[in-house]
Design a protein around this ligand. Structure first.
Ligand code: MTE
Ligand code: MO
Length: 448
């Protein structure tokens, strides 16, 4: 039995939506151009914030090679820096999902276009598109999974998302270089003609570069001019169905979907009573409990396997190791050291963060001095946890030196709760949550 050719996705007649066309694709493409660029930059910043340059336990991409070329000492100022960059990264990523899906939908006929390869240049372009679409879907999927179901990623999210980002962005840049001029011309021309959002059934949906006096539907591929314009022409349905929604309506649906996601996600990074609006975010809703420890908990003490036997005043010790000596202090002795306060947030890679919490404890640089270090050095912090990726972390000398960096014993006027790291936890301004080790028991000062 022969399948009528218009029933095959490779036939131009198969794709019937009158919405498809260069204008629809161009508007979405330009939004993604800006959005994905911001995602890439904030993502690279997030990577730098982990101090992977310190190697060891901080660097889960030891074979990154040249990809770490831009790494720099993550600053401690402004103290809300990571809260901002990572909040933007995650919130924007979630917000862009409808735009990404609409953009893919708008160009899907090209996926099936025959012949699959017309020339060497065309083959290269198709490989780029494969990396672009595959990379984009991979980055958005891994990102969302990490935020929503982080247990799916036992430590492998970090390298996957990192390498995927470079692949995706390389393809994205190539694609943008090829397409942005066309998208800009398409949008400019449509705006000049006042029909950017016009109903899709108007004959105005000819490729931007086709002469205005030539109707798109009748224009053969040869007539339509330069190759890129011909490509754009391929988006327009040859046998369009009657429109059920205007292009304006379609774009507003995409924007509405994005705004809805924005409104139900952003609260987890803004904190305070906004958190209640973050219905879609796993760390949204109300702050847990009440009292001084009533702010987000990532991993509870029970989850991390922390027992009261290990944290009791009479058994817990803080061990400080330096180049020449090792000091062991009880909690009473740590408390007898000069105590300082700092108002700092916890900001997680998953995008949620807390408002500023009032921590009180000993300065890291004072602990370094106790261990015999004369000047600022890096420190390796270990917790009572025996397993788990985040049970230990390296901090950089600039972070140890900052007078607001504390080994905190208290938060908001009371002893730390077990879930927030009792007997002692690290807090460092502008650092990602993962570097704020809880249930600390040993600190080794010096170079990694
Ligand atoms: N020992 C230890 N410290 C840890 C973690 C951990 O799993 N174990 N999680 C880190 C992460 S990823 C974050 S975001 C913060 C969360 O701190 P909170 O639970 O007090 O909000 O703690 C950090 N400190
Ligand atoms: Mo985190």
């Amino acid at each position: 039995m022969r399948v009528p050719s218009r029933l095959l996705p490779s036939s131009p007649g198969f794709w019937r939506s009158p919405l498809r066309g260069p204008r629809f694709t161009s508007v979405l493409g330009l939004v993604l151009l800006v959005g994905v660029t911001v995602m890439f930059v904030t993502g690279l910043l997030s990577y730098a914030a982990y101090n992977p340059g310190l190697g060891g336990v901080n660097d889960r991409t030891p074979d990154k090679g040249l990809l770490g070329f831009y790494l720099f000492d993550w600053p401690t100022d402004p103290y809300w820096l990571y809260r901002l960059t990572q909040g933007v990264h995650v919130t924007l990523g979630v917000t862009l999902i409808p735009v990404l899906l609409a953009k893919l939908w708008s160009v899907v006929p090209k996926l099936f276009a025959l012949p699959p390869v017309r020339s060497l240049a065309h083959a290269l372009e198709r490989i780029t598109i494969l990396l672009l679409v595959g990379g984009g879907l991979f980055e958005f999927t891994t990102g969302v999974l990490n935020v929503q179901l982080d247990y799916l990623f036992p430590g492998s999210f970090y390298p996957l998302h990192f390498y995927g980002a470079w692949l995706f962005f390389a393809a994205f840049l190539l694609h943008a270089a090829l397409r942005v001029p066309l998208a800009v011309r398409t949008v400019r021309r449509a705006r000049a003609q006042g029909n950017l959002l016009a109903p899709a059934d108007e004959p105005a949906d000819r490729p931007a570069d086709a002469p205005a006096d030539r109707p798109a539907a009748g224009a053969t591929r040869e007539q339509a001019g330069e190759p890129v314009a011909r490509e754009a022409d391929a988006l327009v349905a040859t046998r369009p169905d009657a429109p059920t929604v205007s292009r304006r309506g379609a774009l507003w649906s995409v924007a509405g979907g994005s705004l809805l996601l924005l409104a139900t996600t952003a609260g987890q990074s803004i904190g305070g009573s906004w958190r209640r609006t973050a219905l879609l975010a796993p760390h949204g809703g109300e702050d847990p409990g009440s009292g001084p420890g009533a702010f987000q908990v990532n991993k509870t003490a029970a989850y991390a396997g922390i027992t009261t036997a290990g944290t009791r005043e009479d058994t817990w010790r803080l061990e400080l190791r330096g180049p020449t000596r090792t000091v062991r202090l009880s909690r009473a002795q740590v408390r007898a050291l000069p105590q300082y306060g700092a108002a700092l947030p916890i900001a997680c890679v998953e995008g949620w963060s807390t408002s500023d919490q009032h921590w009180r404890g000993v300065r890291l640089r004072d602990l370094a001095a106790l261990a015999g270090e004369r000047e600022a050095v890096d420190v390796y912090v270990e917790s009572l946890q025996t397993h788990g990726t985040f049970r230990h972390a390296w901090l950089r000398a600039n972070q140890v030196a900052d007078p607001r960096s504390l080994l905190a014993l208290e938060v908001n006027g009371a002893d730390l709760t077990p879930d927030h790291g009792y007997p002692a936890r690290v807090v460092v301004p502008a650092a990602p949550g993962v570097l704020n080790t809880k249930w600390v028991t040993r600190m080794t000062f010096g170079r990694p």
